[in-house]
Design a binder for this molecule. Structure first.
Ligand code: ZN
Length: 464
């Protein structure tokens, strides 16, 4: 995996000179990480270290293909690109749902939606859910969660294990802000998260900590003047918001560097789902399971530099994130988790990853009161993706190689592929019997429903 790309001395000197020049340019821009290069032994040795911190950055509503690190033609993410350059970037990551609460319940528990049980708007995680923050707190970490999305509020069980779990206070008057999403009125900006994170790191830099930052301005299409770089169409506002969030991440990164924390921090960047721009005729998210809403970024920055540009193309999924972080820290992942550690892939071992299928799930009526569930499940393999509606038995099959944008349903033409993928979905759902959690049902009062409606969700109606 840590392949030698430079074999001749001549190439080496030319490239070294080139990297020096690029290095100077990047220095001017964001101060590159002043870290030593690491080896496979360093990676394997992380679990034995007792000085590591975790910063887990969740950028809500971020589709992978709008990041320059993932080949987007616009420079939306210079900071993320820089982090990815010396870390590990997973090029094909599947989120477990296209709706925040279901997706985050899976990401934290390492269990797919059918097994986390969190599928409808009143559902939450019960005390039996074993949350990573609980494990880290037990291991002596100070744990803090900073978020601005009501779907991950404490009352849905997401605060389990956190010493501090807050929606930071608003500092909105500090800058002129643009908001483009209709109906969206979440107070404050992501700068509130960034500033609270910086305060936290200053206070706890001498302790081991786990910091969860849940950024929300991409969801809100909100950004400052300096990030208004990409035009005035709907999709441009989204890209501006990515650039703004990226600059927030730059502030967090700078603080890690300034506090001498960057070489003892595992930094992870992920998202809960993407966003549709009429790719399949709709806008927003939480409605379908096409690629634009479930293909999300995943980047690990380790406490040392890796060989530049390490990209892993094996299919992975968000339920793998915490088993990986725990593995890196030498903390055992709880039994019954459906995700698995990606550390072997980082070490170049493919065993057990080839042919592994990824699953996502959404209940088509999740936001409606007194309706029957209408779940659908997507299975993704190297070659195929199939979405199966469990109540209507409708299937959409896409050839991922010939049709990566999932335009043409070839289910009729490929009955044998449908049969194989059907069996995989059946097997996946059957595992619920063994590993499933019972969701806790929450009463949603009008106040809370209105807060969620302010995020742009149509919830609590009889039909929508
Ligand atoms: Zn979300």
């Amino acid at each position: 995996m840590f392949r030698r790309i430079i074999d001749s001395p001549r190439t080496y000197f030319i490239l070294a000179a080139l990297f020096f020049v690029i290095g100077v340019l990047v220095t001017v821009r964001i101060s590159p990480p002043p870290r030593d290069a690491g080896s496979i032994q360093d990676l394997e040795g992380l679990a034995a270290r007792d000085d590591l911190n975790v910063v887990f950055v969740l950028i809500d509503t971020l589709r992978a293909d709008h990041l320059s690190a993932y080949g987007y033609e616009r420079e939306t993410s210079p900071v993320i690109d820089e982090i990815a350059r010396y870390g590990v970037r997973f090029s094909q990551t599947t989120a477990q749902s296209s709706w925040t609460k279901a997706s985050m319940a899976s990401l934290w528990t390492g269990k797919h939606p059918a097994m986390s049980g969190v599928l409808r708007y009143g559902h939450g995680l019960g005390a039996e859910a074993e949350m990573p923050a609980e494990l880290l707190k037990e291991a002596g970490f100070v744990t803090a969660g900073l978020y601005r999305n009501g779907w991950v509020d404490a009352n849905f069980g997401f605060d389990q294990g956190f010493d501090v779990y807050i929606h930071p206070r608003m500092n909105e008057n500090r800058m002129e802000f643009q908001r483009r999403q209709l109906g969206a009125q979440v107070g404050g900006t992501d700068l509130d998260i960034t500033q609270a994170a910086i305060e936290f790191m200053r206070q706890y830099r001498h302790r081991r900590f786990m910091l969860y930052l849940h950024y929300m301005d991409v969801h809100q299409y909100a950004y400052d003047q300096n990030s208004a770089l990409f035009g005035t169409q709907y999709k441009d506002y989204y890209d501006n918001a990515i650039r703004w969030t990226d600059s927030n991440l730059g502030m967090v990164l700078q603080e890690l560097i300034d506090q001498d924390l960057f070489d003892k921090t595992i930094l992870v960047i992920a998202s809960d789902h993407g966003e549709e721009f009429r790719d399949h005729g709709r806008e927003g998210h939480a409605k379908t399971l096409y690629r634009e809403v479930v293909d999300t970024p995943l980047i690990f920055s380790l406490p040392f530099r890796l060989e530049e540009g390490l990209v892993i193309d094996t299919l992975v999924q968000n339920v793998d994130i915490w088993p990986t972080i725990l593995d890196l820290l030498g903390i055992e992942t709880p039994a019954g988790v459906t995700g698995r550690s990606l550390v072997p892939l980082m070490l170049g071992e493919q065993d057990g990853f080839k042919g592994r299928a990824m699953f996502s799930q959404l209940d088509g009526t999740w936001g409606q009161e007194d309706t029957e569930p209408a779940p659908f499940v997507a299975v993704t393999t190297e070659d195929w993706k199939m979405i199966r509606h469990l109540t209507t038995d409708r299937r959409e099959l896409f050839d991922r190689i010939a049709d990566p944008r999932e335009r043409t349903n070839v289910a009729q033409r490929e009955p044998e592929v449908v049969r194989v993928l059907d069996a995989q979905i059946d097997e996946h759902l059957a595992a619920v019997e063994e590993k499933g959690l019972q969701p806790v049902e929450f009463e949603m009062d009008e106040l809370r429903l209105n807060q969620l409606r302010a995020l742009g969700y149509n919830v609590g109606g009889k039909d929508n």
